[in-house]
Ligand binder design. Structure first.
Ligand code: SER
Length: 595
């Protein structure tokens, strides 16, 4: 029986025989993209190349990429949804197109030398056509020529067969490949269009030909590309004749560790089984997020907050299984051991993962105890209420002040013969969410964690720094990353060699000169295209809104940016570069302070 690790290797090997270069997958935490917290698809790190930048490894690439998607976190626990998964991908950057892509997918899936799947259990979908692109008879024709019966080809609209990375960015029609997970053989004429439940998607070949610039504008890409994504866990599930990803060796040992900790026998109760699966999924995601080279620890913002939610949700479901104390270390260790081959960073960060998860677990258990104590204190008063209803306001207070989850308040109330005014709680919760979302959107748009006065100054200093670097080193200097705290700025940029001490001095001098000139900082909102045409610096491959803010600092700098910035440079203080070092291949990092 083929394992996950074997499937990953076979995929890479197959595409190498088709002259693809293997490239390594990237971090789970995307660089230069404040619009998303995690790498959500295999194509995500390749966006700049799909948009036309040449890739150093060539035009045919193959890789495997870890991804995290938390959008459908509430569906996790069913047979196929995961918050962390791997995508196998092969890529054509303006090289081959539909014909080879489809023929190779079919060969890899059905050839006895490769996956040897039963062709009778495969079906596909192609794009039905709309104002953006015609009905994809071409792909359908290629499918027929490799042996796909007409009745197994469904033409579906853009909602199914048009793939885009986000509201803007590269996109195009796709053809998706499905495997029959129903009983026996699929009836003649059955396909995704006629029977959505029994066909499981395993592979998606996107024919990336367009760049969505804004809601109304779709422009042709310089080249016709192919982006395919095969879901590793799902494909291994069908290859092993299983019906759920949780039955494969990706999860079975994790599930065993959870059952050992709880004493619960998997399979005894469907609700509890679901809790086990949720814990298994979340532990795996948490281990991958902490163990990433750019990994984060639990916090109240951004990726750290998602991680916190995953761990806390795992703990809550652990309690449903009867686990009172700490238990995540063991299943997390199983994940590390299982995946350290393809992802050596998990092993390198083993202690950080195990200790990080446990620290958060401990913190949450304390929160729960505190919340329970507060509830006990409220209880005598609550019991005086003749209707035996706890107000939503009080339940929200437990949540807001002590971080005590509403589900647990409901449980405690029920144990004491009470109900909770859920509508009132939901209303308070909704208001709270709206407020914090508005707050965090502002934060992400500006790319700053904290918009205090000092970070605003650092933000403006970063613009001056980038403009000074371009003047001293050349126009190739492009921002590769930026991070600002109240103590310093850090700026990563493309440049091949270490800077000389003279260059560092000159950059520093130029920035201080602009500060001394007390230049005004002006902001203008314009169309992205107009902004670029006006010479404003914008991050390559960045997903921008259609209308963007452009900040101009005197005659020295012009950049597309969310802000905020100081009004005049004279208020910023003295700019000092503390360090210039390598960040990664071809990328330098500057650390600087304002004194
Ligand atoms: N971008 C497509 C997907 O994520 C294929 O890789 O499904």
């Amino acid at each position: 029986m083929i394992t996950t690790h074997e499937l990953r290797s076979k995929y890479i090997e197959f595409f190498k025989t088709k002259a693809h270069a293997e490239i390594s997958g990237k971090s789970l935490i995307p660089e230069n993209d404040p619009t998303v917290l995690f790498t959500t698809a295999g194509m995500h790190p390749l966006v700049p190349y799909l948009l036309g930048e040449p890739h150093p490894a060539g035009k045919r690439l193959v890789d495997y990429q870890k991804c995290v998607r938390t959008g459908d976190i509430d569906e996790v626990g069913d047979p196929s949804h995961l918050t962390c998964f791997e995508m196998l991908g092969n890529w054509s950057l303006g090289d081959y197109f539909k014909k080879e892509s489809i023929a190779w997918s079919y060969e890899f899936l059905t050839d006895p030398k490769w996956l040897a799947l039963d062709p009778r259990k495969l079906s596909v979908t192609v794009f039905a056509g709309d104002e953006n692109a015609p009905r994809d008879e071409e792909s359908a024709g290629i499918w027929k020529s490799v042996g796909m019966p007409e009745g197994r080809i469904a033409y579906l609209p853009a909602s199914d067969n048009w793939w885009a990375a986000g509201p803007t960015g590269p996109c195009g029609p796709d053809t998706e490949i499905f495997y029959w997970v129903g009983e026996g053989l699929p009836p003649a004429g059955s396909n995704k269009g006629t029977d959505s439940a029994n066909w499981m998607e395993i592979w998606n070949n996107v024919f990336m030909q367009f760049n969505r610039v804004d809601e109304k504008t779709l422009v042709k890409l310089p080249a016709q590309n192919v982006d395919t994504g095969m879901g590793l866990e799902r494909t291994v599930t069908v290859l092993q004749g299983k019906t759920s990803v949780y039955q494969t060796e990706v999860f079975a040992p994790v599930i065993a560790a959870i059952c050992e900790a709880s004493g619960y026998a998997y399979g005894a109760d469907s609700e509890k089984d679901r809790s086990v699966r949720i814990v298994a999924d979340h532990v795996r995601s948490a281990a991958f997020i902490v163990g990433d080279p750019k990994g984060v620890l639990p916090s109240n913002v951004g990726a750290g907050y998602v991680l916190r939610r995953l761990i806390r949700r795992a703990v809550r479901h652990g309690r449903k299984l009867g686990i009172e104390g700490l238990f995540l270390r063991k299943p997390a260790e199983v994940v590390v051991d299982n995946f350290k081959g393809p992802y050596p960073e998990l092993d390198e960060n083993r202690a950080k993962i195990l200790d990080g998860l446990e620290a958060e677990e401990r913190k949450f258990l304390e929160t729960l105890e505190k919340g329970e104590r507060e509830f006990e204190k409220m209880l005598p008063n609550l019991l005086k209420n003749p209707q035996k209803v706890m107000s939503g306001r009080l339940a929200f207070k437990l949540y807001d002040t002590y971080g005590f989850p509403i589900e647990l308040t409901l449980e405690l109330a029920a144990e004491n013969g009470m109900t909770v005014n859920r509508d009132e709680f939901d209303e308070a919760y909704r208001k709270h969410q709206e407020l914090s979302r508005a707050g965090s959107e502002g934060t992400f748009k500006g790319g700053l964690a904290e918009q205090s006065e000092i970070t605003t100054k650092y933000h403006t200093a970063t613009h001056l720094l980038q403009a000074a670097l371009k003047r001293v080193l050349g126009d190739h200097v492009a921002q590769k990353g930026s991070n600002i705290t109240a103590e310093r700025l850090r700026f990563d940029f493309a440049h091949d060699a270490p800077m000389t001490p003279e260059q560092v001095k000159e950059v520093e001098r130029l920035v201080n000169e602009q500060i001394a000139r007390d230049l005004p900082v002006a902001m203008e909102v314009m169309d992205l295209e107009a902004a670029k045409a006006s010479g404003a610096t914008a991050l390559f491959g960045e997903k921008y809104e259609a209308r963007v803010k452009v900040y101009t600092i005197g005659d020295f700098s012009k950049e597309v940016c969310g802000g905020p910035h100081v009004e005049r440079t004279g208020t910023m203080g003295r700019f000092v570069i503390q360090k210039e070092q390598s960040s990664s291949a071809g990328v330098r990092r500057i650390r600087a302070v304002l004194e």
